[in-house]
Design a protein around this ligand. Structure first.
Ligand code: SAM
Length: 285
């Protein structure tokens, strides 16, 4: 690519027909709805892929990315990585972790159960799953018969790779309680940035994998105690959202819990759940 081509890439405009192809792909394959105003965001995110792939215009880029060759080469996955939104943080929406600590875990022990299984569905770069692990590990230190497994999945390969690496810049940990930071993070300094890595104790408790929530789930029916699917279904079209909620609930034990993001509600999708707090549901049958 010469310099003129490189400059032109940033002037490429995503037109309606190509945007429609992307909308259809995201809806039919991920359940994600891209509203018309997202055209600008999609344009700016995919320009990077034009540059990386060396295909200098959107029609040709899409022909390639959506072809069997684009799938084989990984370009389709790179496109999905760009088109999904990954905003997350440690202890995001902390009331849900309070509920886990103050209601779910004591109830679990009272019911004489010992091994809790929890799933972060739409885990992004891992902050939610490692937060779960911190809360559960703290509980385990007090209740010695208690143990747990954390499963964490996402459709984006790029974020799952980050999650497994478990390295975060100091700025992402600004609000972390100092005792948790000391206990569960190892600090290292590269030349400019202070970086923290989640401790091996927690990393060993979390199993990350790629999973598209519109596909089938690798869990037995009624086998999970708690599922968090937060700030993920907001991007879904209604029919896909209803189907995903139903599939998630089929994996939760009766008496178990499903948490969604604080701006989301799912009462309308199932009569098998009772709301126990904002965006927190218990499966009652
Ligand atoms: C905004 S993040 C939410 C992360 C975390 N749950 C939280 O609340 O902080 C949404 C995540 O959902 C993932 N996602 C979007 N569509 C998905 C799908 N069809 N299957 C699985 N994950 C999906 C995205 O890749 C993204 O990482």
């Amino acid at each position: 690519m010469n310099n003129t081509d490189a400059l032109n890439i940033y002037n490429q405009k995503l037109e309606e027909p190509e945007f429609k192809r992307i909308q259809d792909f995201m809806l039919n394959n991920l359940g994600v709805k891209l509203s018309p105003i997202k055209i600008v965001m999609v344009n700016s995110r995919l320009v990077k892929r034009l540059k990386m792939s060396g295909i200098y215009n959107f029609p040709d880029y899409l022909n390639y990315a959506l072809s069997p060759e684009g799938k084989r080469s990984g370009e389709l996955q790179c496109m999905i990585d760009e088109l999904t939104t990954h905003k997350t943080e440690f202890f995001r929406e902390p009331e849900h972790f309070d509920l886990l600590r103050e209601r779910v875990l004591p109830e679990f022990i009272q019911n004489k159960q010992s091994w809790l299984k929890i799933w972060s569905a739409g885990c992004s770069s891992g902050e939610e799953a490692y937060t779960m692990a911190m809360v559960l590990q703290e509980f385990k230190q007090v209740h010695t018969t208690f143990d747990y497994s954390v499963y964490a999945t996402d459709v984006s390969n790029a974020v799952v790779v980050k999650a497994v690496r478990a390295i975060y810049p100091a700025v992402n940990l600004k609000t972390m309680a100092p005792d948790l930071l000391r206990k569960y993070f190892l600090v290292s300094k590269d030349e400019q940035t202070e970086l923290y890595r989640v401790s091996k104790t927690l990393r060993d408790k979390v199993q990350f994998s790629m999973l598209n929530l519109v596909d089938t789930y690798p869990f037995q029916p009624n086998s999970l105690d708690v599922v968090f699917c937060r700030n993920t279904l907001i991007y879904f079209e209604d029919k896909a959202k209803r189907e995903v909620v139903s599939k998630l609930l089929s994996k939760v034990k009766t008496g178990g819990y499903l948490f969604v993001g604080l701006s989301e509600t799912i009462s309308q999708f199932s009569s098998d759940i009772k709301q126990i707090a904002p965006s927190a549901y218990q499966k009652i049958r």
